[in-house]
Design a binder for this molecule. Structure first.
Ligand SMILES: [Fe+2]
Ligand SMILES: [Fe+2]
Length: 192
C-alpha cells in the first residue's frame, strides 16, 4: 500500500499551555487513554476472530498499549500522584457515533476511527514531548508518540486490507468529522 496520508487539523497552541499548567491531570487522563486503547484493540479480537491477520496485528498492538499503561502508571508514581477514575472521553464518544451499523461498514469505520484516535494522540503526545521541561518525561512522551504513529499506520493498513476500494474515501469523511469534534470540544487538561 502507498504510504498512508492522514492529514489532521493542528491542535491549538492553547491546548499545550493548558496541559502544561495541569500535567498531573493530563497524566491521570492519559493512563485511561492507554487502557482504553488496549481494550479497544482487543474488542476487535472479540468481534472478528475469523480474521487471522487482524487478530495478530491488534493483539500485538494491545500488548504495546498495555505496556504504555505500565509506563504511565510508573510516571504517576514518580510524581507522587495517584491514578484516578476515568474522566471520560467525549472526543472518542463523538467519533464512535460516526461508526455505521452493519458489516462490513462497521469494521471499516472502527478501524478508521481507531486510526484517527491514534493519530490525534500521537500529535498531542509529541507536542507534550516538545514542551515538558522534565527530560525523562519528555523522552517517555516522545517514545509513546512514535508508537501511536505506528499504531495509526497499523489501523490504516488493516482498513485498506478490509475495504481496498472504499477506505480512502471513508477516511476523508471521518477525518472531517474528527476535525469538527476537535474544533467544538473545550480545551482542557486532557489528552483529547
Ligand atoms: Fe499507547
Ligand atoms: Fe496506540
Amino acid at each position: 500500500m502507498d504510504a498512508p496520508t492522514l492529514p489532521l487539523t493542528p491542535t491549538s497552541p492553547t491546548w499545550v499551555a493548558v496541559a502544561l499548567a495541569d500535567l498531573d491531570t493530563v497524566h491521570q487522563d492519559h493512563l485511561h487513554c492507554e487502557r482504553k486503547a488496549a481494550q479497544s484493540a482487543l474488542s476487535l479480537v472479540r468481534s472478528y476472530p475469523d480474521r487471522l491477520d487482524l487478530v495478530l496485528a491488534v493483539s500485538r498492538l494491545a500488548h504495546e498499549e498495555t505496556a504504555h499503561v505500565v509506563q504511565v502508571t510508573q510516571l504517576l508514581g514518580r510524581r507522587g500522584v495517584a491514578p484516578t477514575m476515568d474522566f471520560g472521553d467525549e472526543y472518542a464518544a463523538q467519533l464512535y457515533s460516526h461508526v455505521r451499523r452493519g458489516e462490513p461498514a462497521r469494521l471499516l469505520d472502527r478501524l478508521l476511527v481507531f486510526a484517527l484516535i491514534e493519530a490525534r494522540s500521537a500529535e498531542r503526545l509529541a507536542l507534550l514531548a516538545d514542551a515538558i521541561p522534565d527530560e525523562a518525561t519528555a523522552i517517555l512522551y516522545r517514545g509513546l508518540a512514535t508508537a501511536e504513529d505506528r499504531h495509526r499506520d497499523t489501523f490504516l493498513e488493516l482498513a485498506a486490507a478490509a475495504a481496498p476500494t472504499e477506505w480512502q474515501a471513508r477516511l476523508a469523511v471521518l477525518a472531517r468529522a474528527e476535525a469538527d469534534v476537535v474544533a467544538r470540544l473545550p480545551v482542557r487538561a486532557r489528552i483529547h
